[in-house]
Write a protein that binds this ligand. Structure first.
Ligand code: NAD
Length: 252
């Protein structure tokens, strides 16, 4: 309530839902996204429900954009309580075909972006007496399908970055944790001209020990918990939100 929250990649997908969830709880939500159409759409949705939101065009891999986004947040709301580093992208191709630029792009958005947003937000949290940072990693930090090297490596980097930040920033009362989602169905949470009903099969749901594919609210609820007073003893941790998929042993 009254908290100022930045959600990177808050225009679509999981971030779209996280932004709405925090706004419903009375937070002032900055949507930092590279996609203007999606970001403005979510800002307007939150405002239409009586919430407070500001979209700032941001490519999290660009230092000038991140600095500008943090400045605009401080100008609008005067402080930053929570940063959710959610913006993330995948890579195409295989190790045989993928140009190195693709590796750089994924690492720059997912890993450099997470570090850079934390770097420029942390001083404001310190000056405000503390804060909470949540980095959205992935279960792909721990297991892989073929041809996901840049994505998996970036997410593994985020896990290590999380404990490193948690220690550095502990002296300023800033808690830093990561969430590793598994399969989260986001097709309904795209900007309106792209959103579509998910085409999930029974098999998709039943292969999860929890009996269903994940939803953005599963991740948003984990964010709410990690930001709450109840989680004040949790820092440097990684919370897996995957319906049990990474602990399921498979023999064929
Ligand atoms: P999405 O593609 O639906 O949404 C990502 C959002 O980030 C979009 O609004 C996009 O415009 C924005 N974005 C992309 N590049 C950006 C940049 N450079 N700067 C700022 N914003 C940028 O993705 P999603 O499925 O909602 O994923 C959100 C996060 O959750 C990502 O970090 C992703 O890796 C992670 N994740 C997703 C799943 C899943 O199954 N959906 C699973 C594990 C982890």
């Amino acid at each position: 309530n009254g908290k100022v929250v930045i959600v990177t990649g808050g225009g679509q997908g999981i971030g779209r839902f996280i932004a709405r969830t925090f706004a419903e709880k009375g937070a002032k939500v900055v949507i930092a996204d590279i996609d203007d159409e999606a970001g403005i759409e979510n800002e307007e949705y939150i405002k239409s429900k009586g919430g407070d939101s500001l979209f700032v065009h941001t490519d999290v891999s660009l230092e000038e954009d991140v600095k500008n986004m943090v400045d605009k947040t401080i100008k609008a709301y005067g402080k930053i309580d929570i940063l959710i580093n959610n913006a993330g992208i995948g890579a195409g191709g295989t190790i045989y075909t993928r140009p190195m630029e693709e590796w750089d792009r994924v690492i720059n958005v997912n890993l450099r972006g997470t570090y850079m947003c934390s770097k420029y937000v942390a001083p404001h949290m310190r000056d405000n007496g503390g804060g909470v940072i949540i980095n959205i990693a992935s279960t792909r930090a721990f297991m892989s399908e073929p041809h996901t090297e840049p994505y998996s490596a970036s997410k593994g980097g985020i896990i290590a970055l999380t404990h490193s930040l948690a220690i550095s920033l502990s002296y300023d009362k800033i808690r830093v944790n990561s969430i590793s989602p598994g399969w989260i169905e986001v097709s309904e949470w795209k900007k309106s001209r792209e959103a579509k009903k998910p085409q999930l099969t029974e098999e998709d749901h039943l292969q999860h020990p929890a009996g269903r594919v994940g939803k953005p609210e599963d991740v948003a609820n984990a964010c709410l918990f990690l930001c709450s007073e109840e989680a004040s003893f949790i820092t440097g941790a990684n919370l897996i939100v995957d319906g049990g998929m990474t602990v399921k042993m498979i023999y064929v």
